[in-house]
Design a protein around this ligand. Structure first.
Ligand code: LUZ
Ligand code: MOS
Length: 770
């Protein structure tokens, strides 16, 4: 089944926040963000801005009617700055004007006197002075301290990954419309309607039942709207509540880039020990997470880094510690993978370093250490592993040694171009790591004309979750999918939702839809049994007809519904689903936090232009553990998108803050993302079809986040291509591997080995004598 939104998408008819027809009298907001990353506010000068045409009101923290607080996990984030600013772009004032141009013109007239304080942008510096968001956490398996003696080889090093802009096509925004008796209707571009409802309730002082957050769809989220839609919604709602007027704020791209948090940069130390058979024996890793100026979701992101610190490998002795470090950057937040990719990069770097020192292919170490079913993760869960199955099917289908051979012979005859490859096995845990969040609800109405309306807590953000919800209802009722409509996501219809996140949205909400539909079907069958005077166990429905003992009757879907209505049987159901069997004990750092894991293996092949430092991604060939995909078109789309987004993070997207905490990569002219020319020339995706029972919706495993991590292979493939040109280069593990870094590495002179470098040709020699 195609994505149900594809028709309106290609016709430009899909409605996003900024497409909602504006009610007469609507006013427009714009935020004034701090120009300084850290300091004390001495004076906020609003008079010039207030005198600007169209300006209705400028709100500051003094106007907040509830609590000036929007922190989700920890209350450490004001809606509007009070006495100090903690990052560049931190909202200090909210201008309301008759048009959005007027609001933005007035923002430019606001000035602020700030007494500057020390700015910290580096997480290790923050840790050194005790600036932590939460106390550090450590996951342990075995005893790494004593295991070093059993190791024949030990490598140590550091590995860094940078941040990443979410760059959802639709920027952040909200539209708040006051209702009678203090109610507020909010359109918000959010992954978490309940998170917005809570933030608005807290900051406005209104009870949650007064706040209807209504979401039709987002133009992308990627985690950036899991928590960080709250700010704009709370500002608009506050203004609507105070002025009793509809208020809209749809951020410009540069406002969005400057004011919102991104993927967390991490700096990490690793130590990896192997025995003579290249089995990994011990691993110690310390993660320094750059959280930014407030907690946001950082503690949860940090936790997922620890959960994924051994990727898809079994290591018997592990000590992994993570620090969430408070810096003066915009609060970093959820981003596809949620800290997992950062953890996985470090173990892959450790393996690459060991392989380079031992002169073997990293894939030899990777393969020898793949986790088996029953192996224990450092957090206590026992693996139900598809790691070997994915790896071996990859080898079988794509012939890894032949690719390696082809690359070697290409490299032996080409001096200006070098190819490289890397294997990237993945393993990603599905469920919110915070157990309580793994619940969802659905509300299903069957109307007497035969049509069905389904509401859930799931937010459609391009990932196709609505299509999957529709498939569930159509399948359980055995009716034409055209009869089913997925309604907008509304906090009036579905309460206390978890955000659409953690790759778990279809599983959680889809199971709730399934439960609701099965209950309505149970009632309908009872009605049919009574009308037809047969035993209920003999009744079934198929393709909109009632069958008795497998024989079609003259009762169809519509006739049955009308009979049910006449019998005063409810045609509506509200259902609840909570993932069974998961638990976690934080005091022990042990438990069974994930419903299941998703596995896969990718081969990434690249070609580096050794004159320019530029490169192309030739191919990404994947075997992916779909379980049993309920929608192969949508799932393949998720994998293709994830791969390209992961490659972007690892190779070209470079978030740059200067020492003063100002974002320099603040527009698409300075922040490069993969475009159609830089995507892999070939992407092949083969399923690992598994029939084993799992907790996924229709056994169709979650597909949102896992494929992003295939992109990590691009970093190591590029590294291998560079080393083919300059074997003595010392290349720090410092992603992204931008063309600039590739170029520096190609011509890096290792001081210890200057003589060997002198024997390799320079670019100049190569150019004249290719
Ligand atoms: N959000 C969250 C997430 O609150 N908890 C999680 O475990 C998670 N994982 C991935 C993405 N978002
Ligand atoms: Mo996400 S990082 O699943 O919002």
């Amino acid at each position: 089944m195609k994505n149900i939104d594809s028709r309106t998408h290609v016709r430009g008819e899909s409605v996003y926040l900024d497409d909602i027809p504006v009610i007469q009298g609507t006013l427009f907001g714009a935020a004034f963000g701090s120009p300084v990353a850290h300091g004390l506010i001495k004076n906020l000068n609003l008079a010039a801005a207030e005198a600007m045409p169209g300006v209705v009101r400028i709100l500051t923290y003094k106007d907040v009617t509830g609590e000036n607080q929007i922190g989700g996990i920890i209350p450490d984030e004001p809606l509007l700055a009070e006495h100090h600013v903690d990052y560049c772009g931190m909202p200090v004032a909210f201008v309301i004007a008759e048009t959005d141009d007027e609001a933005r013109a007035a923002v430019k007239r606001i000035t602020i006197d700030i007494e500057p304080l020390l700015v910290i942008t580096d997480p290790r510096e923050a840790q050194a002075v005790g600036q932590l968001i939460v106390p550090p956490r450590t996951f342990r398996l075995g005893d790494s301290a004593t295991a070093w003696t059993a190791c024949d080889y030990i490598v140590e090093g550091t590995a860094d990954t940078n941040g990443q802009e979410h760059l959802y096509i639709e920027t952040q925004g909200a539209y708040a419309i006051p209702q009678e008796n203090n109610g507020i209707k909010l359109y918000s571009s959010t992954q978490g309607p309940t998170a917005v409802q809570r933030a608005v309730s807290k900051s406005s002082g209104l009870p949650m039942h007064q706040i209807d957050v209504d979401v039709t769809r987002l133009g992308g989220g990627f985690g950036g709207k899991e928590d960080q839609a709250n700010m704009w919604a709370a500002l608009c709602a506050l203004a609507a509540h105070i002025l009793n007027k509809p208020i809209k704020y749809s951020l410009h791209r540069m406002e969005d880039m400057a004011m919102t948090g991104k993927r967390h940069p991490y700096s990490s130390d690793f130590k990896l020990g192997l025995d003579k058979d290249l089995k990994m024996v011990a691993y110690e890793v310390t993660f320094y997470q750059n959280a930014g100026a407030a907690a946001d979701l950082s503690p949860a992101v940090m936790e997922r880094t620890l959960f994924h610190c051994t990727n898809t490998y079994f290591i018997p002795n592990v000590t992994a510690t993570a620090y969430s470090c408070r810096t003066h950057l915009p609060p970093n937040t959820a981003f596809r993978g949620f800290g997992g990719p950062q953890g996985m990069f470090v173990i892959e770097a450790a393996i690459a370093k060991a392989a380079e020192e031992l002169g073997v292919h990293a894939s030899v170490i990777q393969e020898k250490n793949l986790q088996q079913t029953g192996d224990e993760f450092p957090f206590g869960q026992k693996a139900q592993s598809e790691a070997h199955a994915c790896w071996h099917k990859t080898d079988e289908l794509y012939a890894v040694s032949e690719i390696r051979q082809k690359i070697a012979s290409f490299n032996s005859v080409n001096q200006l171009y070098k190819k490289g490859m890397a294997l990237m096995p993945i393993c990603f845990g599905i469920s919110f790591t915070n157990t309580r969040m793994n619940q969802a609800r659905a509300l299903v109405h069957v109307y007497t004309d035969g049509s069905v309306g389904v509401s859930t807590g799931a937010v459609e953000m391009g990932q196709g979750v609505n299509t999957k919800m529709l498939q569930v209802a159509a399948h359980i009722f055995s009716i034409d999918s055209k009869r089913v409509k997925i309604q907008s996501t509304s906090t009036y219809r579905i309460a206390n939702t978890s955000p659409s996140a953690a790759s778990a949205t279809a599983d959680l909400n889809g199971k709730a839809v399934e439960i609701a539909c099965i209950e309505i079907m149970r009632r309908l069958k009872a009605v049919a049994a009574e009308e037809l005077n047969v035993d209920v166990t003999s009744v079934s429905l198929k393709d909109e007809w009632v069958y008795v003992n497998g024989q079609q009757t003259d009762w169809d879907w519509n006739r049955l519904l009308i009979a049910a209505y006449a019998q005063r049987v409810s045609l509506s159901e509200h259902a609840h689903y909570a993932t069974p069997d998961i638990h976690y004990d934080k005091s022990l750092e042990k438990g069974h936090p994930f419903a299941y894991h998703v596995y896969g293996t990718a081969i990434v092949e690249v070609t580096v232009d050794c004159l320019r430092g530029t490169y192309e991604i030739d191919a990404v060939k994947v075997v992916h553990d779909f379980g049993s995909s309920m929608n192969p078109l949508i799932d393949r789309g998720q994998i293709e998108g994830g791969i390209v987004q992961g490659i972007g993070w690892m190779t070209m997207e470079e978030v740059v803050f200067d020492k003063a905490g100002r974002l320099r990569s603040n527009a698409l002219s300075t922040y490069k993302v993969p475009d159609i020319y830089s995507v892999p020339k070939e992407i092949t995706i083969e399923p690992l079809q598994t029939e084993t029972e799992n907790l996924a919706l229709f056994r169709s495993k979650a597909v949102g986040e896992p494929p992003l991590m295939y992109g990590i292979g691009a970093y190591f493939a590029l590294r291998n291509a560079v080393l083919a040109f300059n074997p003595s280069a010392t290349i720090p593990f410092d992603a992204p591997m931008t063309p600039e870094k590739v170029l520096l590495a190609l011509y890096h002179v290792n001081p210890a080995q200057t003589s060997s470098y002198a024997q390799t040709q320079t670019a100049n020699d190569l150019a004249v004598n290719p």
